[in-house]
Every structure is written in structure tokens, then in C-alpha cells.
Design a protein around this ligand. Structure first.
Ligand code: CUA
Length: 415
């Protein structure tokens, strides 16, 4: 019915000119594919990639990258093989002008089917074995290290509580979002949450690990070289999930302990307007008491001291040495007086849905009072200034100056 003369025999010999044309086409297609690959490869110049998983800077990230490379090359081989088979088949067995006969009809081929079941199974095994080994190795590595740091996922920032070092000394300091660590030392991060699920991810230093209420996850990270490694929350956790960034700042060990000491001394001060000030104690404006209802300052008289899992989830980050922090609002704003004023004046316009906005509205403080608070907060730094603080550049995309109402990634509050 279809015009084919079906004599049940394979179509065999084809003219020599036809075969040459076929080869030419395969060569042309092959060349085009190589050129396209070369152009694609040239599209990725080595620029600053703070969130790249392909420039690992720790043994943990190196392991993850090795797995990635294994999967990538296996996928590439499969991809090229399949594409070649498709192109070859389409060209080699296409209907030609001279074709008179129906091609042989094939129904199943047991040998081929076994082959294309066994090959993927072997490929999956090649991926599975190193993946499971790496998982168990990383789990075992997180048992002990040179320093323990508890990280509590908050909505939407990270509370960082320093624990014991290798000498058994409890560093006992609390900070937020900028996690300073000694370079070359193995740090065990204990990840906790008393609210929703977050995910702790520093792409250049480690894979992601969920931060789950009621369950402590541990992660071992050794930042081999001093530097700043950007991190972010990688699990949707509410309105401002996109602005739950942090950084790991790896410092030479002596500089790290300089920073630890400065954080321990903190900022001695008082809001008592009548007290005679002892040496080294600064007077804070009376309104600073409003801040101290949720925030704490190390060394300050009578600040809120609840941290970790005991602290209500509405409590805010430690303000100790806040003047030396590079960003505020979890990597969202560059830390400068202008941005801090905007933040204190109306936190809800900067980061809609955040807990501070439930307490502080534009009616809470007058402009003069905000100025007074910010002037005071800019004095919250070590006696010798912020020099002990290796600069932690802002997360990419942080706003240099507050622009009310134009918050990036802001969605209407849903909670
Ligand atoms: Cu925390 Cu997303």
C-alpha cells in the first residue's frame, strides 16, 4: 500500500558518490560540534565567583568537586555517545531518492537490550560508591575538630556562638553573620534552629547541610587559606530567605585570637544617665534600652544575655563591635551610618516581615533620636579601632545605600 516493494531483503549497496556525501556531512557536523564546544568553554573566564562550587577552598569542598567532575565526565561521554548514535542513524539509514525497497523490519534484540541495561547500571555503581564513601567520610570528620562553633538559623540571620577550641578553652563569644575562623584549622559547625528549616551553605568550602529544629547537624570545614567565603541560606525559610546571607572569614590564627579578645572585652557602657562613668565606660542614649530588650552587647551593663536555643526566636543579633561589621541585616546592607539610620528608622521598609519591624516602626524614634542611636552604635568598636578586623567584603548584591521601598527580592510578608 505504501509504494515500497517489500522483498524482505536488506537494502545493501549504495553508490560511491552517496557514501562520500555522507562522510562529508558527518565531518561537517563533527567540526561544528567541536567549534560550539570551544565557544561554550571560552564563555566562562576565570572571574571572581564567590558562590562557585567549582573553585573549592577546603578539603570538604574538594571532595564534593571531585564527585561533580566524575558525574560531569560520565554524563559528557553518555551525551556525546547518544548524540553520535542519533545523528549517525538518521543520516545512514535515511530514505534515499533511489530507495525502492522497504528496509528490514526488526522486532527486539535481546543482546542489545541486555547491553543497554548493564551499561547504565555499571555507570550508576561507579557514581554510587564514591558518593556513599564521601558521605560517610564527611560524617566521621565532623566528630571532632580544632574549634566548635554553634550556628543557629534565625529568621533571617545567623547567630554564631563560639565554643571550645583544641585546648579545651571555651571562647564564649557571640556574633552574627560574619563567622570568623582560624585559617587551616578544622572547625566543627553545630547547626541548630528553634524556628523553621534553613540550610547552611558556603559553596567554596562545603556542601549544603540542613539546619533543622529539634535536630543537631554537624559539619566539618577547614578553610585552608585566609580569605572571605560567601555563604547563604539554601532552604526556603520565609519572606526574607533570599537575604539570609553570611560569610566565613578565615584569618591567620594570631589575628583570629586578636579578634576573639576584642569581642570578649566588648563595649563597656551604660544607659544610666545619672551614673558617674568609670574609666572606659561610655554612656549610651537612654533609648538604647529599647535595643537592649532584644540585642546584647558584650561588656555592656544590663544587656539581654539570652543566646542560642534558650533565646526566644524574636531576639536579635549581638551588637558587640557592630561598627566593625561590614554588612547589616544578614548581608543585605553595607554597614554605614546612612544605612543603619534607615534600618533603625523603619526596618520593615528595608526587610519586610522581619521581627524587628514588629517592635520598631517609623513612629518609635524621632529623627534626632535615630541619629543619636546611630552615632552611639558607631562607637561600638574595640579601643584600638577596627584594625584587628580583617575586612569582610559585602556579599555580592548588598545595597550600598538604603533605598526605601526598593528592596531587592522583597515579597509581601506572609507571616
Ligand atoms: Cu533561612 Cu532560607
Amino acid at each position: 500500500m505504501n509504494g515500497w516493494r517489500d522483498n524482505g531483503q536488506a537494502q545493501t549497496a549504495r553508490p560511491a558518490s552517496n557514501r562520500k556525501g555522507f562522510l562529508r556531512r558527518v565531518l561537517t557536523l563533527g567540526t561544528l560540534a567541536v567549534v560550539a564546544l570551544a565557544i561554550l568553554a571560552a564563555c566562562g573566564p576565570e572571574v571572581d565567583k564567590p558562590y562557585s562550587t567549582t573553585s573549592p577552598a577546603s578539603p570538604t569542598a574538594d571532595d564534593v568537586h571531585s564527585l561533580y567532575k566524575l558525574v560531569f565526565w560520565l554524563s559528557l561521554i553518555v551525551f556525546v555517545g547518544v548524540q553520535f548514535a542519533i545523528v549517525y542513524t538518521a543520516l545512514r539509514f535515511r530514505r534515499t531518492r533511489n530507495a525502492r525497497r522497504r528496509p528490514p523490519q526488526i522486532h527486539g534484540n535481546t543482546r542489545l537490550e541486555i547491553t543497554w541495561t548493564v551499561i547504565p547500571a555499571v555507570i550508576l555503581l561507579i557514581i554510587l560508591i564514591p558518593t556513599i564513601t564521601t558521605l560517610y567520610d564527611h560524617d566521621a570528620a565532623a566528630a571532632e575538630g580544632d574549634l566548635t562553633i554553634e550556628v543557629n538559623g534565625k529568621q533571617w540571620w545567623w547567630e554564631v556562638v563560639y565554643g571550645e577550641n583544641a585546648d579545651g578553652e571555651n571562647l564564649g563569644i557571640v556574633t552574627a553573620n560574619e563567622i570568623r575562623v582560624p585559617a587551616g584549622k578544622e572547625v566543627i559547625f553545630k547547626l541548630k534552629s528553634n524556628n523553621v528549616i534553613h540550610s547552611f551553605w558556603v559553596p567554596r568550602l562545603s556542601g549544603k547541610l540542613d539546619v533543622i529544629p529539634g535536630h543537631e547537624n554537624k559539619l566539618s570545614i577547614t578553610a585552608e587559606e585566609p580569605g572571605v567565603y560567601q555563604g547563604e541560606c539554601a532552604e526556603f525559610c520565609g519572606t526574607q530567605h533570599a537575604w539570609m546571607r553570611f560569610s566565613i572569614v578565615a584569618m591567620p590564627e594570631d589575628e583570629f585570637y586578636g579578634w576573639v579578645n576584642a569581642m570578649r572585652v566588648g563595649n563597656p557602657g551604660t544607659t544610666n544617665q545619672d551614673a558617674e562613668l568609670p574609666e572606659g565606660v561610655t554612656r549610651a542614649p537612654a533609648n538604647f534600652n529599647v535595643c537592649l530588650a532584644c540585642h546584647q552587647v558584650n561588656g555592656f551593663e544590663g544587656g539581654a544575655a539570652l543566646v542560642g536555643m534558650e533565646a526566644p526566636k524574636t531576639f536579635g543579633p549581638s551588637l558587640t563591635n557592630i561598627a566593625c561589621r561590614d554588612t547589616i541585616a544578614a548581608g543585605m546592607l553595607i554597614n554605614n551610618p546612612e544605612n543603619l539610620k534607615q534600618w533603625i528608622h523603619d526596618p520593615g521598609s528595608v526587610k519586610p516581615g522581619n521581627y524587628m519591624a514588629t517592635q520598631i516602626t517609623p513612629d518609635t524614634f524621632s529623627d534626632e533620636e535615630v541619629d543619636e542611636l546611630v552615632d552611639y552604635m558607631m562607637t561600638l568598636q574595640p579601643a584600638g579601632g577596627c584594625d584587628d578586623f580583617l575586612s569582610a567584603p559585602a556579599s555580592p548584591g548588598a545595597t550600598p545605600a538604603a533605598t526605601p521601598g526598593a528592596t531587592p527580592a522583597a515579597t509581601p510578608a506572609d507571616d
